[in-house]
Design a binder for this molecule. Structure first.
Ligand SMILES: NC(=O)c1ccc[n+]([C@@H]2O[C@H](COP(=O)([O-])OP(=O)(O)OC[C@H]3O[C@@H](n4cnc5c(N)ncnc54)[C@H](O)[C@@H]3O)[C@@H](O)[C@H]2O)c1
Length: 254
């Protein structure tokens, strides 16, 4: 068990990649706070973890709200006696051209995707220090470093996450807190299913079409991202900080 006796907050853990991370962490021995806006989905994840013998609590949390970030971290300390790992996975999926994106949408996408990750780390720091250090994994994207047509708000915010990760890694090294990013390619989650439907394709058509972007010629599964996050969160990655692990089936190599 690679996270035995550890406690983790995973944001956006009611669905998709976050759910896979929360469930894998629990199987690896971690007690997990499932922090999400979606209470019904989050309670379902908690029930699944508990019925498999793991420990989990749901906390309703908007990562764009500083007080709610603090509440999620406090819940980990209260329920599990401390906090060792933070996974910043929640995201706002706001796409569009610069002309069609409103100021409110810009604020939302940056507040959730970038400021939210920073506020969650800030909220966790007192407990991470108390534990003698810890690990933060920020979920970025292939969209952090490639341009895609009419994806300006989402992609620019995802690029911000990579620099946030490097700056936090530098500043928090003295606290023995490692900060890394994972950049997924296209992964089979409800967010991608929604994108496929919006573009008028069936899921089968969409998976085939997006799968062509990867040299492995398929979409990724949420567990394939969770495995990379687990590695960076675990002591196996003890000399890795400020890194970005790309998990995209080779989509961005050519
Ligand atoms: N699925 C992909 O292909 C893909 C590719 C690259 C990066 N990513 C990244 O992976 C992460 C997870 O994406 P997913 O595909 O699993 O999405 P998803 O829609 O399945 O899950 C996202 C979860 O985040 C929650 N959430 C949204 N806003 C929130 C907020 N303000 N506070 C708290 N929770 C909030 C939602 O309720 C949902 O449960 C995101 O950071 C996304 O940018 C996904």
């Amino acid at each position: 068990m690679r996270l035995k006796n550890k406690s983790a907050v995973v944001t956006g853990a009611s669905s998709g990649i976050g759910r896979a991370i929360a469930e894998l962490f629990a199987r690896e021995g971690a007690a997990v706070v499932v922090a999400d806006l979606n209470e019904a989905g989050g309670q379902e994840v908690v029930a699944a973890i508990r019925s498999a013998g793991g420990r989990a609590e749901f906390v309703r949390c908007d990562v764009a709200n500083e007080a709610e970030c603090r509440a999620a971290c406090d819940a980990a300390v209260r329920a599990f006696g401390g906090l060792n790992v933070v996974v910043n996975n929640a995201a706002a999926f706001i796409y569009g051209s610069v002309e069609e994106t409103t100021y409110d949408q810009w604020q939302k996408v940056w507040n959730v995707n970038v400021v939210g990750q920073a506020q969650m780390v800030k909220s966790a720091l007192p407990a991470l220090r108390k534990a003698g250090g810890g690990a933060v994994v920020n979920i970025a994207s292939q969209s952090s470093f490639i341009a895609q047509a009419n994806y300006v708000p989402y992609n620019s915010s995802k690029a911000g996450i990579l620099q946030l990760t490097r700056c936090l890694a530098l500043d928090l090294a003295k606290d023995n807190v490692r900060v890394n990013a994972v950049s997924p390619g296209t992964i089979k989650t409800p967010a991608v299913d929604h994108c496929i439907h919006v573009q008028g394709m069936t899921l089968e058509e969409g998976y085939k079409r997006f799968g062509e972007d990867a040299v492995l010629k398929r979409l990724g599964e949420p567990i394939e991202i969770a495995n990379a996050v687990l590695f960076l969160a675990s002591d196996e990655a003890s000399y890795i900080t400020g890194a970005n692990l790309v998990v995209d089936g080779g989509a961005t190599i050519d």
